[in-house]
Design a protein around this ligand. Sequence first.
Ligand code: ATP
Length: 251
Amino acid sequence: MPTEQLPVVRVPEPLLVVEDMVVNYGRIQALHGISLTVGQGELITLLGANGAGKTTTMRALSGLLPLTRGRITFQGRDITRMKAHERVVAGLIQAPEGRGVFPGMTVQENLDMGCHARPFKVKAEYNQTLDWVFELFPRLAERRRQVGGTLSGGEQQMLAIGRALMARPELLLLDEPSMGLAPMVIQQIFRIIADINAGGTTVLLVEQNAQQALTRSDRAYILETGGVTKTGLGGDLLHDPAVKSAYLGVG
Ligand code: ATP
């Protein structure tokens, strides 16, 4: 499938490069050869409707699904066959799908689970990271002794992102963080994602919420039935007639 490239896109030093990625579920091909690049410090959105292949892409990037064909390069290193836990150690960290908060553990204990794969060498670093997470999510600080299962949907999403941040990702992968949340909470979550990115963390986001995601992104890729059909600057795509009619309900 050819990818339409909207004009003037300058990609910074690449952090993640995906080339011709094909992923199958048995005989069914879910991804037909996806190529994309995430530059150092960027906030990138992968936008697509239901069934386009967004979750499959994230799972393949995390190492949870094998590639049938193609290559993934992270920080200049070929990680195509690297195991999921090794990718986490390398700094490719996905906030758990469907939030994945441990319901019986407190907020604090959930956050502590986040640094298991990449333990801190010194306590001061742990404290600093925890302070950073609580600064981003004051609500979590207020509720640090509350168990995860009793948090609201929005708070659980915050906790899932906060837990991923405790592993100090080089690249943070977020799979539909706005799913099932009220509009006010969605805005808040997107604002925080932009803050995380502004603080220096590179972010790859998959979303159906086009308005918020494109407004906040440096660049975006449009995914349709397992292939990238269009790519460009977030702001340009927001005003693209085809994107507007397909994802923004206008035009
Ligand atoms: P949604 O937003 O609805 O979650 P998505 O863009 O994340 O959609 P995927 O979940 O990646 O889409 O699915 C892509 C395609 O792969 C779909 O056609 C889906 O039916 C198929 N698929 C996903 N998981 C499996 C599976 N375990 N076995 C077979 N086919 C699957």
